[in-house]
Design a protein around this ligand. Structure first.
Ligand code: XIL
Length: 499
């Protein structure tokens, strides 16, 4: 069984060491005091923990020679990607890093970058605890604990953005139980806002990594993977950038400096980067965002090649993604990504992944071609990920959807997860938010809510339990779900909900 002994504690010193290594001007308050004392990782050795050992990275899974898990070959298990054939061969191009060669944490870094190299020549995350990144270990009765080894289940480090206007402090830095919850349920984390331009470069040439570093250190201390979000976007840019009067050459330099600075800092830490976020519009033609997106407007769509290339040069092992909403099936926007990525791969641009944000609403329909859409990107030989799923709907005075919509939302969560499980290089499934009261949904879509998988007191919703059931049945079969005492709570919740 899972034990809570042998807990590892991250101290502020880890973060300070990282900050000082890069000459960060001040590190006062780099990690709030309460955070430094409460960021812990359960390093208890359980059967599950042993199985997880050595199979950590979502972006860099060691598909060759996986061990420890029951062999589902020929069943619904995930195939061993090592030496798979049938995918287009991008050999000779800077395509996805070759995972068959083994798990890599950002190798091949040039001098002057954050992390040092380990004995195998791989870059170590400079925010990892002394002795290296912790091995994650999750209770069997958790989402990460029952996921297949090559699928990370993620959530966000909440803070910034709409939270700044709320009547509570940012959850991630201020709420230890919330952080404990993240570490105990999830194997991946995405900065909700702290890596966006307005946070990272609030003034021209002045970088502020304080909040972003703390999230990275937390993930490393808890054996979690990281999705980096986002290197270029039309939204949440600082005013100095949007309102500045820059020449093309200046803008290009600003963008290159930002991308190189941020990616190199987190080389070996961040497994997947959203390099370009939401570049297509929702019009019928899915045209490129050439007015809202400052980079595309001022520098042309060709700049996308450069952004991917700069990021790849700074961390050759990180998987580089496009990411967007409304790409939840075979539709015009998803087609636009497919055409663009295929064409970029042909030209040797280092694009490695396609992320479907998957912000769904019960007020709208849901395409039954979700899996088919992911599969066509997989067929291009690139990774896919469900990067920001939440399923919202109209809520009553208790902020709850109707029972019908709750059941429908659970079904959608399951359908999307099942699609990801079936698509071989879909390695990451991230839920965008933990508590509804803090989710971006009620703030952005007035009258809608109930989109996450936990109630306000962290009790599990039926959506949580559907996710757990889908994972258990996929990995271990229906009888494990029905018989294992670990899943009793969720069996009860689903039964009460008639699901
Ligand atoms: C949202 C955050 O959750 C909010 O806190 C913020 O106010 C606005 O952005 N697509 C994305 C995410 O790529 O960055 C957005 O996150 C949600 C939609």
């Amino acid at each position: 069984m899972f034990t809570r002994s042998n807990r590892r504690t991250l101290t502020a010193a880890v973060v300070c060491a990282g900050a000082l290594a890069l000459g960060t001007p001040t590190m006062a308050g780099a990690v709030p005091a309460q955070q430094a004392t409460t960021l812990t990782a359960d390093a208890g050795v359980s059967a599950k923990g042993a199985e997880k050992a050595g199979q950590k990275s979502q972006g860099r899974p060691d598909h060759a020679g996986q061990s420890g898990r029951p062999d589902h070959a020929g069943q619904s298990g995930r195939p061993d990607h090592a030496g798979q054939s049938g995918k287009p061969d991008h050999a000779g191009q800077p395509g996805p890093p070759d995972h068959a060669k083994g798990k890599g944490k950002g190798k091949g870094k040039g001098p002057g970058h954050g992390g040092g190299e380990d004995s195998t020549g791989q870059t170590q995350c400079q925010f990892a605890p002394e002795g290296g990144e912790a091995e994650g270990s999750w209770d069997r009765d958790s989402l990460a604990g029952v996921a297949p080894d090559d699928l990370r289940i993620g959530n966000i480090a909440a803070g910034g953005g709409h939270h700044s206007d709320a009547d509570y402090p940012d959850p991630f830095p201020s709420d230890p139980p919330y952080r404990d919850h993240l570490a105990s349920e999830y194997s991946s984390v995405t900065h909700e806002n702290y890596l966006k331009w307005e946070f990272v470069q609030p003034e021209q040439g002045v970088y502020d990594f304080e909040q972003a570093d703390a999230v990275v250190a937390f993930a490393e201390a808890n054996g979690m993977d990281l999705r980096g979000h986002a290197l270029s976007w039309h939204s949440q840019n600082p005013d100095w950038l949007e309102e500045g009067d820059f020449t093309e050459a200046e803008l290009r330099e600003i963008l290159e400096d930002h991308v190189r600075t941020v990616v190199s800092r987190y080389a070996g830490c961040i497994d997947q980067w959203d390099v370009a976020n939401e570049i297509f519009q929702d019009d019928e033609a899915a045209s490129i965002r050439d007015s809202e997106n400052i980079w595309i407007r001022e520098l042309g769509p060709e700049i996308l090649d450069d952004v991917f290339t700069w990021a790849h040069e700074e961390d050759p092992e990180a998987l580089l993604f496009y990411n967007d909403y409304n790409v939840d099936g075979l539709n015009a926007k998803a087609d636009a990504y497919y055409d663009l990525i295929r064409e970029q791969l042909e030209r040797g641009v280092p694009v490695h992944g396609f992320g479907a944000q998957t912000h769904l609403s019960m007020q709208y329909g849901f395409d039954d071609s979700y899996q088919e859409n992911l599969q066509r990107f997989d067929d291009l030989g690139i990774h896919t990920a469900v990067t920001e799923i939440d399923v919202r709907g109209e809520v009553d005075e208790n902020d709850m959807m109707s029972p019908e919509d709750r059941a429908g939302a659970a079904e959608r969560y399951a359908t999307v997860l099942q699609a990801c499980l079936e698509v071989s290089l879909c390695n990451s499934f991230t839920i965008w938010g933990t508590l509804d009261a803090q989710s971006w949904v009620p703030n952005t879509f007035p009258g809608e809510g109930d989109a996450t998988v936990h109630e306000g007191d962290y009790e599990r919703k039926p959506t949580y339990c559907i996710i757990q059931r889908t994972l258990v049945e996929h990995v271990e079969g229906a009888s494990a779900w029905e018989d294992d005492a670990s899943f009793e709570e969720c069996r009860g919740i689903l039964e009460s909900a008639g699901l």
